[in-house]
Design a protein around this ligand. Structure first.
Ligand code: PLP
Length: 242
């Protein structure tokens, strides 16, 4: 088997990028009058080879996000994951639920009753409780997964009744926008929805996590109350798809 040789320049740039992103998050939190410790940085590791992911982990990354079940299961044994939280952030098909439940600490991409029901069923069979976020399609884009805000309360209430599945908050990917002002409005809409639901104090519905903001817009997300920003390419470089 051919041995994989890590690129030293890329390792160095992961280090520089990671530190820069950390300090930009801190600055935007302070600017927004927030405690920087309230915003977690998730390193999004899809398509990234394990050596570069391990570099980020070595620098202190304590939360990673993967999109695809197969990819994550294929590389997790090469990662130094002691004390690291793992989230699934990509669209999850019902037929993959069995493979991923118990392998990650949270599934951020729950957007239907059918999917939630399957997570609940599999979790019960495995004797565990699975933590989830509900993914919201805030821009009502047909090409994206996620529930529209109009259907959110109903979905939350249904999931809250299911055994072995625990709602922790919301996740979103806003539409691609031309200006920071425009994207900021989507984040604000999400934050308002998040706060409204939290204030209702519904049983079995925890609203602790608002996961939003990616490489191009995380500062605006932090300004609008995000507490997990999911950053991939700004840490690891542009993605190559194989
Ligand atoms: C890929 C991905 C990210 C990270 O995107 P970047 O623009 O590379 O930071 C964040 N969230 C989800 C759900 C993703 O699929």
């Amino acid at each position: 088997m051919e041995r994989f040789i890590p690129d030293e320049d890329r390792l160095k740039s992961v280090e520089d990028n990671y530190k820069k992103i950390k300090s930009r998050i801190e600055e935007s939190a302070i600017k927004a009058g927030r405690n920087p410790n309230d915003v977690r940085l998730m390193a999004v590791t899809k398509t990234v080879e394990s050596v570069y992911i391990n570099k980020a982990l070595e620098l202190g990354a304590d939360l990673i996000g993967e999109n695809r079940v197969q990819e994550y299961l294929g590389k997790k044994d090469e990662l130094n994951l002691d004390g690291v939280e793992k989230h699934l952030i990509g669209h999850l098909q019902t037929n993959k639920v069995k493979q991923i439940v118990g392998e990650v600490d949270m599934i951020e991409s729950v957007d239907s009753i059918r999917l939630a029901r399957e997570i609940s069923r599999v979790s019960m069979n495995k004797g565990i409780t699975t933590n989830i976020l509900v993914e919201v399609n805030v821009g009502k884009e047909e090409s994206k997964s996620g529930i529209y805000l109009e259907g959110l309360d109903e979905l939350l209430l249904e999931i809250a009744e299911m055994p072995n599945i625990k709602i922790n908050g919301l996740m979103t990917i806003p539409p691609i926008c031309d200006s920071e002002k425009e994207v900021s409005r989507y984040f604000e809409t999400m934050h308002n929805a998040f706060v409204d639901i939290r204030e209702k104090k519904l049983s079995n519905i925890n609203m602790d996590i608002l996961s939003m903001g990616m490489s191009g817009d995380f500062e605006s997300a932090v300004a609008n109350g995000s507490n997990i920003v999911r950053v991939g390419s700004a840490i690891f470089g542009a993605r190559k798809y194989f």
